[in-house]
Design a protein around this ligand. Structure first.
Ligand SMILES: O=C(O)CCC(=O)C(=O)O
Ligand SMILES: [Fe+2]
Length: 263
């Protein structure tokens, strides 16, 4: 793994070391303060390039192009919210996805399956353990956004999202986010509407570089990827971990997310 991850800077292979404890501590602090942490250069430059290059032929020919209008909840109705409330406004997402079963041999799969990675992520999130997803498609995805495309405003269904940027766009492609916009008790629909209108001064923008690990508490933090501009596609690897073992998608979910099913 030392050729894939910069283990000198990020000693995931030495969980007993003081350096490891200090790294976990600083990640926890940033998660609490900002709702995310970023580790620049986590994946070595050569491995990042190799992962992006290995994914490109399949991305060009067999990725699933998903283009849809959706609201930030990805739901047709939301309790307590009328259909014409501005928080229900539709936004457009366009992206292209490769699933784990289309990424055989890619370093991102080796990293996903390397147990110290899951152990490290769990530690930063204050959990005893995190489990790999069993779904042959959803475990790891590589998503591309091309000129004019992006993943638009949404809340995540899972508590945390873990990504590594494999290739930055020429322009755009930053992660825009508004931390703690809601709580489980307070949906803050008017606050959601203000973000959608571009009127919330607390929206922040993270400019990631290729190779950066990003861990993000997306369940109550509204976020989007800024529309990409230029000929270089933005490519990001997304890793799925859960609090319980054995999580899989239904055939219907696979079809909805990926346009095909292997369940
Ligand atoms: O592409 C990114 O950086 C963010 C991905 C994301 O928000 C998600 O997968 O839910
Ligand atoms: Fe997200």
């Amino acid at each position: 793994m030392k050729h894939v991850i910069d283990l000198e800077t990020y000693p995931l292979d030495r969980p007993e070391s003081l350096e490891y404890a200090a790294l976990v501590e600083s990640c926890k602090e940033r998660l609490a303060a900002d709702g995310m942490f970023e580790l620049p250069g986590f994946m070595r430059a050569e491995a990042t390039r190799a992962a992006a290059d290995a994914a490109k032929p399949a991305m060009a020919t067999e990725s699933f192009r998903h283009a849809r209008q959706h609201n930030i909840y990805f739901r047709d109705t939301v309790e307590g919210l009328s259909d014409d409330h501005p928080a229900m406004a539709k936004v457009e997402t366009v992206n292209h996805t490769l699933c784990a079963d289309q990424l055989a041999g890619n370093p991102v799969i080796d990293l996903y399956e390397w147990q110290p990675f899951a152990d490290f992520l769990a530690a930063t999130m204050g959990k005893d353990v995190l489990y790999h997803m069993e779904d042959p498609m959803a475990r790891v995805n590589v998503q591309a956004s091309r000129d004019g495309e992006a993943l638009n405003w949404h809340f995540d269904r899972s508590e945390f999202t873990t990504t590594i940027l494999l290739q930055a766009a020429d322009e755009g492609g930053e992660l825009e986010y508004r931390k703690d916009l809601r709580t489980p008790e307070t949906p803050n629909f008017d606050g959601v509407a203000a973000v959608l209108r571009g009127e919330d001064p607390e929206v922040k923008k993270a400019t990631l570089k290729a190779g950066a690990l990003n861990v993000f508490r997306g369940v109550n933090t509204l976020h989007r990827v800024v529309r990409v501009k230029g000929p270089t596609e933005r490519m990001v690897a997304i890793f799925a971990f859960f609090n319980h073992p054995g999580v899989v998608m239904t055939a219907k979910e696979q079809l909805g997310f990926y346009g095909r099913s292997v369940a």
